[in-house]
Design a protein around this ligand. Structure first.
Ligand code: FES
Ligand SMILES: [Fe+2]
Length: 329
């Protein structure tokens, strides 16, 4: 995993107040819990006493109690109480587990994956105009047995749409792909999609030949693992690709809309949207799970084409970040 990044790892509704949620993310078992103020904490899910999972533990007075012998951890991973030694006996500082910085933004929980001695040097970056105060949204999650790079690249893949989704979003056999025009900034890739029916005469345009790109469907990817499809200004799809480990990913998909605001009708429309999104993602899954290898890299034996430009930029961005990691002592 690339270091010094905020990874979207969980949806807020998966961590309930005064409850423990244990999940594997970025290859480690992590216990998330919410204190009485609603703040989320994340510590290693392995008791330093004798290795039990904290998953069956309890949240008591904003601390997490191990289910085995009752050691209590604060949100920083320090043991505050060892009941067998007496509730008031001070605890040596070597009794601790690793803690992780977390932030909660727009109902997603982000985890800082950094070097031990580095504090976060920035805050999680989100899609600013996509706020749950303006939009209604519904969500589902799906487990994929692939590295998260493959899952992300599928959402940067413009060329697959008329084939994989010919019964849904890819109706009309628009196989001729111009560009895409890709705008890359330090940690974001925005691209504009122009797909047409191939009349045998037209040739796909080069990215710089595309005019009025503002009118086209735009999608954006925020490094390291969130994505946003601006279907229309009032209808968006958001995705987070939470790495479980090197071979597995949980994808969170949200359908956001603000064109219907009437209470009950809004619910039906959003439900319809999320169901449709689920069908679309299943269509993707059938193919992506067959890709070999299960991860992607900048230099690999794949013969890409112009239409794959967003994927190429993603691979370049990862390669650059990996190199930056290696240059940090
Ligand atoms: S294993 Fe956790 S308190 Fe003993
Ligand atoms: Fe797709």
């Amino acid at each position: 995993m690339i270091l010094n990044e905020w990874y979207a790892v969980l949806s807020s509704n998966e961590v309930k107040k005064n409850k423990v949620a244990t999940v594997k993310r970025l290859g480690v078992d992590i216990a998330f819990f919410r204190d009485s103020q609603g703040k989320v904490w994340a510590i290693e899910d392995r008791c330093c006493h004798r290795g039990a999972s904290l998953g069956a533990g309890k949240v008591i007075d904003d601390e997490l109690q191990c289910p085995f012998h009752g050691f209590r951890y604060d949100g920083n991973g320090k043991v505050t109480t060892i009941p067998a030694n007496g509730f008031d006996t001070p605890v040596d500082s070597r009794y601790k587990v690793r803690n992780y910085h977390v932030r909660e933004v727009e109902d997603m929980i982000y985890l800082w994956w950094g070097r031990d001695y580095f504090e976060p040097d920035h805050e999680p970056k989100v899609f600013k105009d996509l706020t749950s105060s303006e939009f209604s949204y519904m969500e589902f999650s799906d487990f994929w047995a692939v590295h998260y790079t493959r899952a992300i690249e599928n959402q940067l893949d413009v060329v697959h749409v008329p084939f994989v989704h010919k019964s849904t979003i890819g109706r009309g056999y628009k196989t001729l792909i111009s560009g895409p025009l890709v705008v890359v900034t330090e940690d974001r890739i925005k691209f504009y999609v122009m797909a047409e029916v191939d009349d045998g005469v037209k040739k796909p345009l080069h990215p710089h030949e595309i005019k009025n790109h503002e009118k086209l469907n735009a999608l954006e990817f925020q490094f390291p693992n969130t994505w946003h499809n601006i279907v229309t200004p009032d209808m968006r799809i958001f995705a987070a690709f939470a790495p479980v480990d090197e071979e597995r990913t949980v994808i969170y998909i949200r359908y956001y809309q603000r064109f219907v605001k009437t209470p009950l009708l809004k619910w039906f429309v959003t439900l319809g949207g999320i169901w449709f999104s689920r069908i679309v993602l299943w269509q993707d899954k059938r193919v992506v799970l067959t890709q070999v290898p299960k991860y992607s890299e900048y230099r690999m034996n794949e013969k890409l084409i112009q239409g794959d430009l967003p994927i190429i930029e993603f691979r370049k961005m990862r390669a650059r970040k990996i190199e930056e990691d290696e240059n940090v002592l």
